[in-house]
Design a protein around this ligand. Structure first.
Ligand code: ADP
Ligand code: MG
Length: 636
């Protein structure tokens, strides 16, 4: 007696638990279909006997030795559809799919052995006539269980479904909106093999899912032959996609891309058939050949997967569309359950033995279950930019690091040694240093701004004083003034610190009828000779002469004043320079940022105390002038 079984102890244990380690064997359950009425009439005896719940005895009719096979579970002909659903362990796969694993249930066996019946129940009795609930197969029962399970979960779940068939080595979409057309199978590194442009339908209720199933079943190719009145002529794959995200949360996927998350795939394989036994001719024979070819490829892959050296050997998954789409279930990261179906008839014994051997081999194939990682979401634009900037800074720091002499870095002793050993430490040093310099720069900038503000205020005061000086000079001069006084002229106030106000009506200078713009006044030349005499030093035209309060120029350098008069500086700045006797930076535009080691406080701030002192002196001078003017008789 020969006994074959799972190599790693108790296979039933595996059915109850999740994937325990890196390697998980394919689970195999055997279902023996009941003898048909016709077979019983001929008096034929079953050659298969179940011993216990996991062992099947095969008794050859000629009286040869019995052969025993051991599987995860063995269900005899008396088992109901519900028994099969409960014993096969499909709910465990459903749980794993909810946790993000990729799970596959497939039926395997000779044609007419009950594969389609086990998965979806008996063929529909007519268009739109549902399968009676008691005869519903593993798929309908799993759907009911899953939808109920999903409702009791705390997290939102989004469900999608796709349904395709492989007919004559062509993939057809059973849920396509129009007539199904062949779809290509593609491969990429992240998704493995996938069907391009396959329609994936979102559903939210059991009724909607059952409708999708009925739609696919009614479109699937089936034909009658001697062993099966409704023999499936294609391999059919219905896949449920389970995602723990609401449709709003789901990242956008390209057209035809499958939703990320767990998967539960039901595969109803077309049965292997002996063309002689089924009596297939013409198109049926072509179909049978194509089915057999793909099943042969599947068997070949399983054999190679059993090879202990398989890591080195190439598994020819590309040999058929079926093996491409089952690649992940057989040798990848999926969790797989095989339901092997056999007929107890002695006539089918060779095929039954072949199926049993095949199933025994399959349960020694292991996969490495792995929940798929969530797809990488493209970061928003601003994050991407920030990332690029950080990368650039990092490169820059690295290059600095390469050039750096540890002795010159200012790091010393153990710290330098540590930093030298540790690139990360060096980077940290740089970052700290950068931070310190940034702070220092900020402080310097704020002092510079403060100095600018002070300088601006003082410049305003200078302008004001200069205007008052002009008034005072004018009032001191005897004789008629250059311009007739405004009828609304205001006598300059007696208080020495109050500036002569503008005419409240015309807002012009009471002296020259120009807005009080001192040397900007177009009539300045008329005033000045009368204030200071018509003979100006040098031969300069009046317009080129410096104002009387301009700083004395070096007599040897006539160029000096000319240059200054042509300069872009404002007259206020000239005055400020005169007052401070040193270079004053303009208040606007702002000071250009100098090198970090040149303190802006020193540049602007040194001028300020001088300017203030000079202002005070100027004020005194103006006060004296005004007092003197008042003591003299007023002009006409
Ligand atoms: P397969 O898909 O393996 O070719 P089917 O599932 O189509 O075979 O089954 C062939 C026939 O046997 C169908 O008429 C089906 O109703 C019947 N049948 C299969 N298994 C059972 C079963 N367990 N109980 C009753 N009838 C069954
Ligand atoms: Mg079938």
């Amino acid at each position: 007696m020969e006994e074959r079984g799972s190599p790693d102890g108790d296979p039933a244990r595996n059915l109850e638990q999740g994937p325990e380690g890196p390697e998980t064997p394919i689970q195999v359950v055997l279902r023996v279909r009941p003898m048909s009425a016709a077979e019983l009439r001929r008096g034929e005896q079953s050659v298969l006997h179940c011993s216990g719940t996991r062992t099947l005895q095969v008794s050859p009719p000629g009286g040869g030795p019995d052969v025993a096979f051991r599987f995860g579970a063995v269900l005899d002909g008396a088992s109901t559809q519900d028994d099969v659903f409960r014993a096969c362990g499909v709910r465990r796969l459903g749980e794993l799919a909810l946790r993000g694993f990729s799970c596959t249930v497939f039926t395997f066996g000779q044609t007419g052995s009950g594969k389609t019946y086990t998965l979806t129940g008996p063929p529909p009795q007519g268009e739109g006539v549902p399968v009676p609930p008691s005869l519903a197969g593993i798929m309908q029962r799993t759907f009911t269980w899953l939808l109920d399970r999903v409702q009791h979960l705390d997290v939102p779940v989004t469900l999608h479904a796709s349904y395709l068939e492989i007919y004559n080595e062509q993939i057809r979409d059973l849920l396509s909106l129009g007539a199904p057309r062949p779809l290509p199978v593609r491969w990429n590194k992240t998704r493995g093999f996938y069907v391009e442009q396959l329609r994936v339908v979102e559903f939210g209720s059991l009724g909607a899912l059952m409708e999708l199933l009925q739609m696919g079943l009614s479109r699937r190719r089936s034909s009658a032959h001697t062993l099966n009145q409704a023999s499936s002529r294609s391999h059919a794959l219905l896949t449920l996609y389970i995602s723990h995200q609401t449709p709003q949360q789901m990242p956008p996927v390209d057209a035809g891309e499958l939703p990320a998350g767990g998967k539960l795939c039901f595969v109803d394989l077309a049965g292997s058939e002996k063309v002689v036994a089924t009596g297939s001719r013409g198109e049926l024979m072509l179909e049978a050949n194509s089915i057999n070819r793909s099943l042969l490829a599947l068997g070949h892959c399983i054999s190679l997967l059993l090879d202990p050296q398989r890591k080195q050997s190439h598994i020819p998954f590309r040999d058929s569309k079926l093996t491409k789409l089952l690649a992940d279930s057989l040798g990848g990261h999926g969790v797989t359950l095989m339901v092997a179906c056999v007929s107890p008839s002695a006539q089918c014994l060779p095929e039954t033995l072949s199926t049993l051997r095949y199933a025994s081999r399959a349960q020694r194939v292991t996969t490495r279950p792995q929940a798929p990682r969530p797809p990488k979401v493209k970061p928003p634009q601003h994050l991407e930019t920030e990332l690029l900037q950080l990368q650039e800074e990092n490169l820059h720091l690295r290059s600095q690091l390469g050039q750096m002499d540890p002795k010159a870095s200012g790091l010393s002793g153990a710290r330098a040694a540590w930093a030298q050993r540790n690139l990360y430490g060096m980077l940290q040093e740089f970052m700290l240093e950068n931070e310190r310099l940034r702070k220092e720069k900020k402080q310097l900038q704020s002092s510079r701004d403060l100095a600018h503000g002070e300088q601006r205020i003082l410049a305003q005061q200078v302008r004001e004083l200069e205007r008052r000086l002009l008034s005072a000079c004018y009032l001191q001069q005897p004789g008629p003034g250059p311009a007739p006084p405004c009828p609304c002229v205001m006598v300059p106030p007696l208080l020495c610190h109050a500036p002569p106000p503008l005419c409240p009506r015309c807002q012009l200078c009471p002296l020259c009828h120009a807005p009080l713009a001192h040397w900007a006044c177009p009539r300045r030349e008329l005033h000045l000779p009368q204030v200071f005499g018509s003979k100006a030093p040098g031969d300069w035209p009046l317009s080129a002469r410096p104002p009387p309060w301009a700083p004395p120029c070096c007599p040897s350098s006539a160029k000096c004043s000319r240059e200054r008069s042509r300069s872009e500086w404002t007259q206020t700045q000239v005055l400020a320079e005169m007052l401070t006797k040193e270079k004053v930076m303009p208040s606007a535009p702002p000071l250009p940022a100098g090198p970090l080691n040149a303190s802006p406080v020193l540049r602007g701030g040194a001028a300020v105390p001088n300017l203030a002192r000079r202002l005070e002196a100027l004020r005194d001078q103006i006060g004296t002038s005004l007092r003197r003017g008042r003591s003299q008789p007023p002009p006409r």
